[in-house]
Design a protein around this ligand. Structure first.
Ligand SMILES: NC(=O)C1=CN([C@@H]2O[C@H](COP(=O)(O)OP(=O)(O)OC[C@H]3O[C@@H](n4cnc5c(N)ncnc54)[C@H](O)[C@@H]3O)[C@@H](O)[C@H]2O)C=CC1
Ligand SMILES: O=C(O)[C@@H]1CCC=N1
Length: 280
């Protein structure tokens, strides 16, 4: 990417770190091209500097005007106050990206200056290993160049999908929150393995390799997941017993409920924020 480009993270939590890690490790940007600030924790900024070489700068001295891209990475409840606090320090041609669940491009546009270029992004924490599934939806004032720039930057953290914004809540339920479902699955596999006498560390490695193998099969083979499942399921065999137990215990319903639960919470965050009058 452009050697002059500067990317500024506002928010220095888990998601910002996962993205910074991907961007620096892949050398998409040099560490000094990445700036990061947070609410008040200077030790955390120093930690990110020591770990990745990026510039951790306290909020009062944060050189916002020098950034080409500003990435909002605070919690959704802090979004309004943060947007209003940057509004008078930025120009419309600085691209404001948000990774916040439930924060729409129209909410960002309403709280920034007329014509501001904004992009809604939904990554996940696998960004840390460049394995995120990341969605991008541009706001109304973005150009094609903005979208290309966002894709090139976000490729540093994994695969990037440009989607319609009305699919963003669903995407959040599948991929933003998604890694947590697989971790939860693994927690239960590990627990079951331990209860049945296997060393938990070994169970974790075996379980993770199994998820990785299945994920690669789904990405690289032509067959549908249903066909891949049938390929393993011998009549009266072990898999059939396992799958019957999953169905009897509401496995499919639980997965649907998880995705829809996260999706609905994303919608609810948007609705709650949109009810609040713009407080300039
Ligand atoms: N953790 C995840 O897996 C994912 C999180 N997200 C989104 O990323 C956002 C951040 O999530 P986490 O990193 O997990 O949260 P976190 O709680 O770890 O980090 C939040 C950061 O924002 C900072 N902050 C809060 N208000 C601020 C302000 N006014 N100015 C500057 N900094 C401020 C805090 O000091 C902290 O560094 C959330 O909005 C979430 O929806 C999106 C995709 C995945
Ligand atoms: O739990 C959350 O709200 C954030 C958004 C997507 C993943 N984590």
């Amino acid at each position: 990417m452009n050697k002059q480009m500067r990317v500024a993270f506002i928010g220095a939590g888990n998601m910002a770190e996962a993205m910074i890690s991907g961007i620096v490790k892949t050398k998409t940007l040099e560490p000094q091209q990445v700036l990061v600030t947070n609410h008040s924790n200077e030790d955390r900024l120093l930690e990110l500097h020591n770990r990745y070489g990026v510039q951790g700068i306290v909020r009062d001295r944060f050189p916002l005007a020098t950034a080409d891209v500003i990435i909002l990475a605070m919690k959704p409840k802090d979004a309004e106050q943060s947007l209003l606090s940057i509004k008078n320090h930025i120009k419309p041609n600085q691209v404001v990206m948000s990774v916040l669940a439930g924060i729409s491009t129209s909410f960002m546009e309403e709280h920034l200056n007329e014509g501001q270029q904004v992009i809604r992004v939904m990554p996940n924490t696998s960004s840390m290993l460049q394995e995120s599934a990341t969605a991008v939806s541009p706001g109304g004032h973005c150009t094609m160049n903005n979208v290309v720039m966002a894709k090139n930057l976000l490729k540093a953290i994994g695969e990037v999908y440009v989607i319609e914004e009305d699919q963003m809540d669903l995407f959040t339920g599948i991929a933003g929150s998604g890694p947590a479902y697989y971790y939860y699955l693994m927690e239960h596999i590990e627990k079951t393995a331990r209860e049945n006498g296997m060393d938990p560390a070994q169970a974790r490695e075996i379980g993770a390799q199994t998820i990785l193998g299945a994920a690669k099969m789904m990405l690289e083979r032509e067959e549908s997941p249903a066909q891949l499942r049938r390929n393993i399921t011998s009549k009266n065999g072990t898999t059939a017993s396992g799958l019957d137990a999953l169905a009897e215990n509401g496995g499919g319903k639980a997965i649907k409920a998880a995705v829809e639960g996260a999706m609905n919470r994303s919608k609810e965050i948007s609705e709650q924020l949109e009810k609040t009058p713009v407080n300039q």
